[in-house]
Design a protein around this ligand. Structure first.
Ligand code: ZN
Length: 217
């Protein structure tokens, strides 16, 4: 008897829910909030998202300047050697003997497999001791040599392009420098587009600046 009552009750409830007349009008969906505002609002996280800090443990130790000498750098300037071959020692000799400078004018030289391994980053004395560079003269107050890090890729990029290994090393080096000195992407220049600098086609008409920027944060 009890079972029968339960079954009848269930049938009545289901009939009420689904209707038994067949073509019952379907209820319209109505909103109790203005449609202009999104019904789904993401709730803000309770604590701000913390971005992973750049990990310097994988950075070659010779990329680190001497701590007592370290300066605050504000820009990065990219050069080509405008020669097919070369390395830091060869440029050091040229700049010393040929131009009477205090050694190679760049902070870093990236080899192309001719006189140093392809993609090898050579660190010069200028970087180690954080000396004023000699790579981008003629800017107001010599700001570029004082404030900007000079990176030279071996090669003549009016006639060729950097090797893949050179580009990979360049991205790795710039990423380290950007993070360490808080240098935004718009403060990375080719020599010829350095604000206030001399007119030059360095780092070469075929240097892939747009591609480089797309590979950086
Ligand atoms: Zn240059």
């Amino acid at each position: 008897m009890l079972n029968r009552v339960v079954i009848i009750g269930v049938v009545l409830v289901l009939s009420f829910i689904y209707g038994c007349g067949g073509n019952e009008p379907v209820a319209e969906i109505v909103y109790d909030y203005p449609l202009k505002t999104s019904p789904i609002r993401p709730t803000p996280p309770s604590t701000p998202r913390v971005l992973p800090k750049y990990d310097e443990s994988s950075v070659p130790s010779n990329w680190m300047p001497l701590s007592w000498a370290e300066k605050n750098w504000t820009a990065i300037i990219i050069h080509h050697s405008a020669t097919r071959t070369g390395n830091a020692a060869i440029f050091d000799n040229w700049h010393r003997e040929g131009r009477g400078w205090n050694g190679v004018g760049y902070d870093f030289v990236i080899g192309n497999g001719t006189d140093s391994p392809d993609g090898q980053v050579e660190v010069t004395k200028r970087w180690r001791y954080q000396e004023v560079g000699a790579h981008c003269g003629g800017t107001p107050g010599n700001w570029a040599n004082k404030e900007a890090i000079g990176i030279c890729l071996v090669g003549d990029f009016n006639h060729s392009t950097p090797t893949r290994a050179q580009m990979q090393s360049l991205v790795r080096l710039i990423t380290f420098l950007q993070n360490r000195y808080n240098i935004p992407k718009n403060r990375i220049y080719g020599h010829g587009t350095t604000p206030g600098g001399r007119n030059t086609d360095c780092p070469g008409r075929r240097f892939p600046m747009a591609e480089l920027k797309s590979m950086l944060d």
